[in-house]
Structure formats: C-alpha cells, structure tokens
Design a protein around this ligand. Structure first.
Ligand SMILES: *Cc1c(COP(=O)(O)O)cnc(C)c1O
Length: 360
C-alpha cells in the first residue's frame, strides 16, 4: 500500500523539452537534459530524450550508472566535478565531465589510459558565483596543462551561476567565457567546441536574444521539469508548470482549537512553537511528513488550504477557509518546487505514477 503519490505527466516533460530545444536551437544552442532534480527516474529521462535533448547530464555517478544500466546510451556529462576517489567510474560511464582541479584531471587521464577509453573535459570557469571553477586569470595555464595529458581532451569551457552567490548570467559574464575560449584557441591552437553557458537561469537571455554568440550549450533541469526559473524568480511563460503533482491522503479531519492546551515544551524538531489564537479551526492531518518530502517544497493546489506544520509522518493543514468538503480518505493535491521534486522523487514512501505516452 502506498499512502502518497507523485504523479508525473510525461507528455508535459516531453513538451517542455521540445520547447526549450526549439528556443535554444534558433540560436545554435544545444540542450543537455539534466536529470539530477528527479533522481534520474528513467521514465522521465525517456520523455526528455523523446523531446529531443542533445545529451544527458547528472551530478551523481549513482544516477548515471543507473541510466546506463537501463540502456540509455546518449552522450552523458557528469555535472559535479569528479571525486578523485572515483575517476575510473567517471571514465567508464560518462563521455564528458566538468572539472576545475588539475589533480583530478591528471587522474582522469591515467584512468582513461588504463581503460583505453578517452575522456572529454569541460573546464569550469568561475565568473563570480563562487561555486566551482578556475578563476579567469588561471584558465590559459590550466588549459595548457590539460592539453599535455594523454587520454583526456579539453573540449569546452563552462560556467555555473545562480547557485551559491546568486550571480545572474549576463552579457558580460557569458561574454568573458566566450573570450576565454577564443583566447585558448588562438594561443594554444586547441579547438574549443563547447561553450556551456549555464542552466535554466540563462534561458531568459536566450528568449530576448542577447546570449553572446559563441555560447552553444545549456544544461537544463528546472525549466523542463517545472517551467520555472527560480534564480530569476519567474514562471517561464512558454513552458508547462504542472507536470508534477503530489497527492496525500487525509487520515484525520476535525475541528480543534488553534492554540495548544497545556505547558509548551519543544516540538519534534527541538523548536518552541508559537501560535495565534484564531478560535476553532478545521484541521486535516495527511499521511505525509518530513520523511517523505521537503515540506517547504510543496504548496496546496487549493489556495484556501494552509500548511500549519509537519512532523516526520504527519502534515497538518488548516482547511477552515476552503470550500472543499473534505473527508477522511480523500486526497489533497500539491504542486512542488525544485526541492519538493528532489525530495519526493527519491522517497521510497512515495509512489510514482506516470501519465501520457510511454517513451521508454
Ligand atoms: C543542476 C545543474 C544544472 C541544471 O540547473 P537547472 O537550474 O535545474 O536548469 C546545470 N549545471 C550544473 C553544473 C548543475 O549542477
């Protein structure tokens, strides 16, 4: 028996992928479908492939190995800079990895030699977000070092934004990436085939046609899944925002006071709760808790339902203002944001149900 269900409309995933491909394709930009946001559930990956992604990308080797075992043979990029302890798997299961440490790239070179399997490197450049990447002034020297290593080939430059520092993609920082690529080509005589200009947050520049010429790849997860761009705090108007839905079952429905009765200690997570007295309120308890999903990542579709709180296994919802006639056994539905999907997709307590075409 499954008490909660994550429903996924595969046609909407395919549609969103095709839309992103179309918009990017007009400007010569290829699209990697990023699968880490939903634990690389193969049915969803297949819908992305059906929508026309140019390759797949994930941050986790576990996900990549799973996809290879399912038979996905698309070009595969590892999006998190590799662990020194894991370079053999990276060479074995992926075609490309993003990198920023020469020590790791040397180890990849050795692994590639041992496995007789060449590996491609996208060098990450930190243009200001302060997550991974080589600083601009060190790019040329690092590229030179990589060019001398057997078994690995520097095929591109990439950057990541909006993740740690909240830096937005711009004409300037993407322009710098393109310039650095040109500089490497001229000074070292290497061919830089890929300029990977970020993720969903770069789509707004693609829409307005101001991505610097030369940027020819984006790595898209959130936009395809959710139709949102949280870095720019917007819904993307030309994408569906309802491919995912979470359903949970009501296990208690009663009118109760809004203020607890008795001496107040700590709640299940060590906090001292505060309550405003709003009299008697209709409250639904759902069989869904912090063990199942990041509660901050879900929103009731009925706007008049309000999440009051959650413990490990119970979600408490105020239903006083809702017109819905709620009973024990009913389902209440939620939209999810990125952290909601991330958590729900990997919960073994939440069933997965697929709608639309089967693209496997
Ligand atoms: C997660 C990730 C992406 C995808 O980002 P979205 O905002 O979901 O499109 C792209 N690149 C890297 C390096 C990532 O880690």
């Amino acid at each position: 028996m499954v008490s909660s269900l994550l429903e996924i409309d595969l046609d909407k995933i395919k549609y969103n992928t095709a839309q992103v491909k179309k918009i990017c394709g007009r400007q010569g930009i290829k699209v990697l479908g990023v699968t880490k946001g939903f634990s690389a559930i193969p049915q969803i990956v297949a819908a992305m492939v059906a929508g026309g992604v140019d390759g797949l990308a994930d941050a986790r080797m576990e996900n990549i190995i799973k996809l290879r075992n399912y038979g996905f043979d698309q070009e595969m990029t590892l999006l998190r800079i590799p662990k020194l302890s894991n370079v053999a798997d990276v060479v074995h299961y992926t075609n490309v990895s993003v990198n920023s440490e020469i020590t790791v790239i040397k180890a990849l070179s050795q692994a590639a030699g041992k496995l007789h399997s060449p590996h491609q490197i996208v060098l990450m450049i930190d243009v200001g977000d302060l997550r991974e990447g080589v600083m601009a002034e060190n790019v040329l020297a690092t590229a030179k070092q990589i060019s001398r290593l057997p078994g690995v080939r520097l095929i591109g430059l990439g950057t990541n934004m909006g993740c740690f520092g909240g830096v937005l993609p711009s004409i300037n920082n993407l322009g710098l990436l393109v310039e650095l690529g040109t500089c490497i080509e001229k000074q070292l005589g290497l061919q830089i085939e890929i300029i990977s200009g970020g993720a969903t947050s770069t789509l707004s520049l693609v829409e307005t046609g101001i991505v610097p010429a030369g940027v020819n790849q984006l790595r898209i997860g959130e936009g395809i899944l959710l139709g949102t761009d949280s870095t720019n705090n917007r819904k993307i108007p030309w994408l569906c925002d309802d491919a995912f839905l979470l359903r949970a079952e009501v296990i208690e429905f009663k009118a109760k006071p809004s203020v607890p009765i008795g001496d107040i200690g700590r709640d299940a997570f060590g906090n001292i709760p505060q309550f405003a007295d709003e009299g008697l309120r209709k409250r639904a308890i759902l069989a869904l808790g912090k063990q199942d999903v990041n509660i901050e990542g879900i929103t009731p579709i009925d706007e008049n339902l309000k999440i009051l709180g959650a413990s490990s296994d119970h979600l408490i919802v105020d239903a006083t203002d809702s017109a819905a006639n709620i009973h024990v056994g009913d389902a209440i539905c939620f939209r999810l944001n990125y952290s909601g999907i991330l958590s729900a997709s990997q919960s073994r307590y939440i069933g997965k149900k697929f709608y639309g075409g089967n693209y496997g």
